[in-house]
Every structure is written in C-alpha cells, then in structure tokens.
Ligand binder design. Sequence first.
Ligand code: ADP
Length: 394
Amino acid sequence: MAQVTLENVTKRYDDVTAVDDVSMEIEDGEFVTFVGPSGCGKSTTMETVAGLTKPTEGRVYIGDDDVTTLAPKDRGVAMVFQNIALFPHMDVYDNISFGLQLRTYEDEEIERRVEQAADIVQLEGMLDRMPDEMSGGQRQRVAIARAIVRNPDVFLMDEPLANLDAKLRVHMRTELQRLHRELGTTIIYVTHDQAEAMTMSDRIAVLNAGKLQQLAPPLVCYNEPANRFVAGFIGSPSMNFLEGELVDDGLETKNFTIGIDHDVVPGATIGDAITLGVRPEDVHLVEYADSLTDPTDRISARTDVLEPMGDEVFVYLLLADQAERSMDQDPASSPNQLLMSVTPDTDIQEEQSVDVVLDRSKIHIFETATGKSLAHGIVDRSDQESGPTATEAE
Ligand code: ADP
C-alpha cells in the first residue's frame, strides 16, 4: 500500500497541454477517482502514475519514492483497462497467473495467489474456463484478478467498466467497492461518468482542460462545488444556471430578483455579473415553501415539458418574463428555463402556470467572469439571524 503524490505535473504534446500543473496527494488506501469530460487529461494523469507517460514537468511519488522516470514494472502498480486483453487460448487460471509465471514465482505461491484473487472477484469454480466461455463482466473480473495477484501498492483502473452494459456496470461498482474494502489498497480510478465517481470514491478529482478543478469527497463536490464547472459536471440532471447581477437590493436575474445581504457574496460588489446556480431538487412549488427554512419569494413560471422518471418527475419551467417574450415569436429570444424535480405523485400538467420558490440555503453564486464559487447558500438581510450562513469558496 502506498501514498501517491503528484507535484506540479504537466504533460504537453506539441501544442496540446494534456495535463496542466496538477498537484495532489492521494492517501495510502484511498479510492480516488479522476473524473471529467472526454479529453480533460484523466488518462494522461493516470499514465504519469503508471509510468506509461513521462511528465514534461513535475514529479510523481509513490510512497516516499520519486518514480517519475521509473519503468512501470518497477513502480508497484497494477493496471486494469477498459479493453480487457485476455489471452484467448489460455484458461482463466493461466490468464490470471501469467504475470507471476513470467516472474518465476514458486508454483505453490502462484496457486495460493490465484485462488485468493479468484475468491475475491468471485470466480471460484471458473478457473478452467476459456475467455470465450465467459460474459463481459466475468472477463473484466479476470482482468482485475490478474492485477490483484501482483499484490500491487496501487491499483490503476482506466474506465474498466465502460464496455459493460448498464446493469452490469452498476453491479461491478459495488464489487469494486467491496474489493477496495477487502484489500485496502490505494485505488486510482478514471471515468467520465460522474455517477460512477460519486458512488465509489473516497474523494474525486474533477479535471477540466488538463487542470484540477477540485479534489474532495463526492458530497463536498456536490454541495460546495469550487466553481461553476464542477457544479455543472457533478449531479444529474445538471444544476440550473441563471445569469444575473448584484444590485442594490439583491441579486437580479432576467426573470426575478432575490433579496440578499451583499456581505454573503464575498469578493463581489454591486454591479458585478454573477451566475446563480440551483439544483433541480432545490426548486420547489410554492405550496411546499413552508417546509423550507428559508425560501425565496415566489417566482412565476409556466410549465413546459414533463419528464416522468419513475421515482421523480423533471419539470421544465419557462420563467415568466421570458415566457411572455417568447410569444412575440422573436427567434432570438429563447426563454430562460429552470428545471425542477418533483415527486411522482404530482398533479402538475404541461403548459400550466405555477409559482415556485428556491431554497436559499441551496443557492450557489458564481463569479460570471471566472466561474469561481463565491457563496453556497445565501441569506436575506431581514432574517439573517436565523438563516443559513454563507461559506466562502475554498
Ligand atoms: P481523457 O482521458 O480525459 O479523455 P486524455 O488524457 O486521453 O483525456 O487526453 C488529454 C488530451 O491530450 C487530449 O486533448 C488528447 O487528444 C491529448 N493527448 C493524449 N495523448 C496524446 C498523445 N499521445 N499525443 C498527442 N496528444 C495526446
């Protein structure tokens, strides 16, 4: 087991900066997921840990050792990739033990390790199967067992579940969590799927355009995103964003104004362009305003499309002012939308007038120019004493 440290790691390919000055410390035994959109530098960052890529600048440490220039085989890491490369002419036992046989371990030791690994990934009784006699999930488990027998200090997994069907992926997620609990080994996991990152990891590292945006436990990224990018990437459906301005008596968007105490938006002054963020589950019908400690004033809207999901219904709202303007058939005016999530027993219909409120404690404010978080939760001047306190972005 080992700690992994990246120190100002940069990787450039000609004019592309794949990884841009990334620093982080991954604790011994931690499960950390690199997540972000395609091309954001997740795989390249992991490859610098694996030794498959040498950083242009910066250092990589595993434990106390500077491994920046070490070959992959000398780093104590084992890798599992999206494309499972099993030897088709070898049975499961030989596929799992192949690496050990190359390293001339005693037969008994090999057998002990293969059986233990097969037990962990629940492949007992299948050791004499050939790869083409197995399902995708089983083959992926062989690949994981092959990594386990090497007894690595660090597991590196690059989208290992990407080729599996949705149901199996969800099942394998829990298997990987169990594997991590049993082995206690440091795991670095790469995925573009924020749900996978949220459900499995101790901490997630959100990357965008080669830069580390935030490294924090999943719920911290969800509740206190460091910037607009993280706020929009983590959570499904995505957070609503509304452009606005800090004005004398509050926070003004095109469609409504929310009274706030300016002091709760540290670093911003009146006249600044700000972006208001609120998740669909923090938009409520006005009938439920009483259940909130600190609702905003009512906001008029019209329902557009409804999407029943089974356990919740997504309601697309058109905010009043803009909805009216859209009647003018001005193609340039697209109405401001707000997505609200409600329980399935709702009697809301499409194309109906509704009033909604936002939960002030769940409103996020971002600096429009930079996307930086300025506040998570806002309070009104009038009920400042009892309202939630704003937190300054880290
Ligand atoms: P991700 O894993 O997040 O999808 P990658 O780390 O694979 O992203 O790639 C990050 C960026 O670096 C992309 O723009 C990609 O095109 C570029 N890149 C990755 N590997 C190479 C390479 N060997 N040569 C040139 N560009 C590369």
